[in-house]
Write a protein that binds this ligand. Sequence first.
Ligand SMILES: [Zn+2]
Length: 131
Amino acid sequence: MYYRWVCKHFGRQSASYIKRRGYKRAPRSVLPCGCSMSIHVSLDRVSKKYVVRRLNTDHNHATGPAEFASYATNRRPDAELLRKARLMMQHGMKARSVKQYLHMHGAKVTIRDVYNLRLKMSLGGHCFYLL
Ligand SMILES: [Zn+2]
């Protein structure tokens, strides 16, 4: 048994991958930036214990609570909060106010997230479809 954990920014996104997927630029949600942080672990057959074989804890980018909170998957409001945000926008509340509301309730969305939500709602047509 051999396991390897790598940072979500491990490796590089090749230009051909970006082109093949039809992107004009690399997607920002998870952007490999050449980070080499990794942990390699294997099961020792004699001792029956896992042993760290290789360890590199150096990231080539900033890390910490602020960076963690900035990832799209960690910014996403839960279903109830999202439902309330949609209702607010259906009743004409400005994106900036919706963002403030979401921040007050722990969802650290960006203003772009709120614009994207509004766009999704307008593309969906009926609000019942989205709720
Ligand atoms: Zn990293």
